[in-house]
Design a binder for this molecule. Sequence first.
Ligand SMILES: [Zn+2]
Length: 234
Amino acid sequence: MSPDEALLALQHVDTTADQLRHRREHLDERDRLATASEALTAWEARRVELNERIASASEVVESAETEGERLAAESTRLNQQLRTVIAPREAEALQHEIENLAAQRSESDERGLMALGDQGEAETLLGEHLAREGSIREALTLADERLQIAESGIDTELGDLDGQRSTIRGELDGQLLSRYDRVRAKVGVAAARLAGSKCEGCHLDLSAAEVDEVRRAPDDSFPECPQCGRLLVR
Ligand SMILES: [Zn+2]
């Protein structure tokens, strides 16, 4: 390989590797894995939410039950008291209190029933929700495997390119390589052909005098494009 060919080949290998690394960063598989992982997070949050709903409904059910028992006991006590009362005004007051207790009890029962309904509904929803866990986790595992496959395919290609790169660099002289590396660090693509009067790196035309100067430069000297600084291959 002539130094011209070697330099362009090196550029080609480096550009291909850059493209592969870019592709590796932006794989659709990576987006799909992120989506699958978000789906699992959302699923877990919903499970927590349903469990909390069940727990708080069940707490209301229990407290309504306790309250109902307390009211019933109180009502029994007042009814017993009522039997022993003779004064009509006192009896009337007790009667009134007993009615009050009955109203409270009915409210508390109502609250308990509503909560029980809500608990049942949330339990049904939780059952359906838990049934989806398997497929959500499976989708995540699959997305993860697909990303790994895509990445390792690219890594294999990158490994091959690395080998080619070392071989080509071995053929080029150190000073040229350090110029190449310096320009590449600055503009990405370091070597470009001069086609007629146009630099194929920046696509700008060189003046006649500049072209002349580039053409007259010694072989293998790789003069730089006056516009973009790339190493020109003639
Ligand atoms: Zn240029």
